[in-house]
Design a protein around this ligand. Structure first.
Ligand SMILES: Nc1nc2c(c(=O)[nH]1)N[C@H]1C(S)=C(S)[C@@H](COP(=O)(O)O)O[C@H]1N2
Ligand SMILES: [Mo]
Length: 203
């Protein structure tokens, strides 16, 4: 305890520790939604957006709605001259995997969600891609910084990296990347590509 007029070094350190603990608690609230009512640091409400997940850019803003809803949509998986195309129904017919993973946006929010879809590594293996292959991922989005992403092999072959078709128990909302999006562990939100068009093996 502190004597009047003096702050002991121990008291000072305890003060720092308490402040740090409070900060961790608030930051954890950002990630796990515990303190969503307060949401002190986040510019957006944690639970805003469809399926209890914020949206950084809507399908309309990205000008992808028509293409994303087009019944002729296919996901193309390309490896050199070889390629396979999947309808959404066909992807849903493959082995499905669940993953609890956050979307962590640089704009200042991070929200956990339950994703379900096809392991990216299964799609790559079906093309005969080696385990050290990287991939290039393209969105249906006609323009913009988030159209194309390159993903190294450590992410592409992680068992939790999915071509996600569902989130929080429902088919992906159009604004969350319907018909299919990428979700991978340990990647910033900006690389969690929505509205997939092609996945290309880089050898
Ligand atoms: N094609 C595409 N993918 C995208 C984006 C985008 O604008 N276009 N935004 C990215 C960013 S910055 C984030 S934080 C997440 C947000 O995903 P959500 O809107 O489903 O929460 O999507 C990522 N994927
Ligand atoms: Mo983001």
């Amino acid at each position: 305890m502190k004597k009047s007029g003096t702050t002991t070094r121990r008291g000072f350190l305890i003060g720092i520790g308490t402040a740090a603990a409070a900060l961790v608690a608030l930051t954890a609230g950002q990630s796990f939604g515990v303190l969503s009512a307060l949401n002190v640091f986040g510019p957006r409400r944690q639970d805003a957006g469809p399926q209890s997940l914020p949206v950084n850019r809507t399908a309309d803003q990205a000008k992808v709605a028509a293409r994303a809803l087009d019944p002729s949509w296919r996901l193309a998986v390309i490896d050199g001259a070889a390629s396979r195309e999947y309808t959404r129904e066909q992807l849903l017919g493959l082995a499905q995997t669940d993953a609890e993973l956050p979307i962590a946006c640089i704009e200042g929010w991070s929200t956990d969600a339950s994703w379900r879809g096809v392991r990216l590594r299964d799609l790559l293996a079906s093309m005969g891609a080696p385990p050290d292959a990287a991939v290039r991922i393209m969105s249906l989005e006609p323009e913009g910084h988030y159209r194309v992403t390159t993903m190294g092999p450590e992410f592409a072959h992680d068992p939790r990296t999915l071509v996600a078709l569902e989130v929080n128990g429902e088919p992906l909302d159009l604004d969350h990347g319907y018909p299919a999006r990428i979700i991978a562990p340990g990647r910033p939100g900006v690389l969690q590509t929505k509205w997939l068009s092609t996945i290309e093996v880089l050898r």
